[in-house]
Design a binder for this molecule. Structure first.
Ligand code: DGL
Length: 259
């Protein structure tokens, strides 16, 4: 049974929301997390640029002997995962906006989705939306400016509240009853979102589903770590490590890495 680490990457610190879900479900797995904050945000970059950065992150994690890669970024998943899967031998787990559960459960037949430009423009996102949104109004909103503020440690700032007020107003007016968070940085907006949204609006993200899928794929490939001792969970950032440390409540080893 494999003691090799799970590799996780994101355009920055947002994918730690996915790491936390995976760690809660698979507490004995070793892991390496790569925060490519230097190139954040990915959301406004071209598809080719997102692919190039995803390849670079993947190759670093493979050089560290990772047994499976979690692309903990909706933008990188929707633009690059099919190419990654066809290029490398290890299993890849991706994350996509949870349109399906929102579309299946909405009573007002109106749902909102907040995601990056790169995710909302991707073919994969359109395919999923077309599949589930029959008879449902999907209000798409690009979260321009949100990721940079989170990367600066300003998730709970007045600037963030102003931005989110602007983005959510049309959704509230249209009577959404579900808001889909289509970016792994956004779960860190929960306190502000709960303050700004009417009580009946449910907020959903895909973090738990990604953790479950990671477990299933490890089991299927007989890659689960059977050694039940405290794992090694390493974190690397290619910018200042302070915000990454803060978001992890200073519980892990966080190092600077030039990449
Ligand atoms: N966490 C990334 C995502 O899930 C943020 C993308 C960005 O850097 O713009 O899409």
């Amino acid at each position: 049974m494999s003691t090799q680490p799970i590799g996780i990457f994101d355009s920055g610190i947002g994918g730690t929301s996915i790491f936390k879900e995976i760690h809660a479900l698979l507490p004995f797995e070793n892991s390496i997390y790569l925060a490519d904050s230097k190139h954040s945000p990915y959301g406004n970059k071209s598809k080719q640029k997102i692919i190039d950065l995803s390849i670079k992150n993947t190759e670093y994690l493979l050089s560290k002997n990772c047994k499976l890669i979690v692309v903990a970024c909706n933008t990188a998943t929707t633009n690059a995962i099919s190419l990654l899967r066809s290029t490398y031998d290890v299993p890849f787990i991706g994350i996509e906006p949870a349109i399906k559960p929102a579309a299946l459960n909405t009573e007002t037949k109106t749902i909102g989705i907040l995601a990056t430009k790169g995710t909302l423009a991707s073919d994969l996102f359109h395919q999923t939306t077309d599949l589930y949104s029959n008879g449902i109004k999907v209000i798409e909103q690009i979260g321009e400016g949100i990721v940079p503020l989170i990367e600066e440690g300003k998730s709970n700032s007045y600037e963030m509240k102003d931005l989110l007020t602007e983005y959510l107003e049309p959704m509230i007016e249209a009577n959404i009853d579900y808001l889909v968070l289509g970016c792994t940085h956004y779960p860190y907006l929960m306190p502000v979102l709960l303050e700004l949204l009417p009580k009946h609006v449910k907020i959903i993200d895909s973090g738990r589903a990604v953790a479950k899928q990671t477990k299933t794929v490890l089991e299927q490939n007989q890659l689960l770590n059977s050694i039940t001792k405290l794992p090694e969970n390493l974190f690397y950032s290619n910018t200042n490590t302070t915000v990454l440390n803060d978001i992890l409540d200073n519980k892990y080893k966080v190092d600077y890495l030039a990449f």
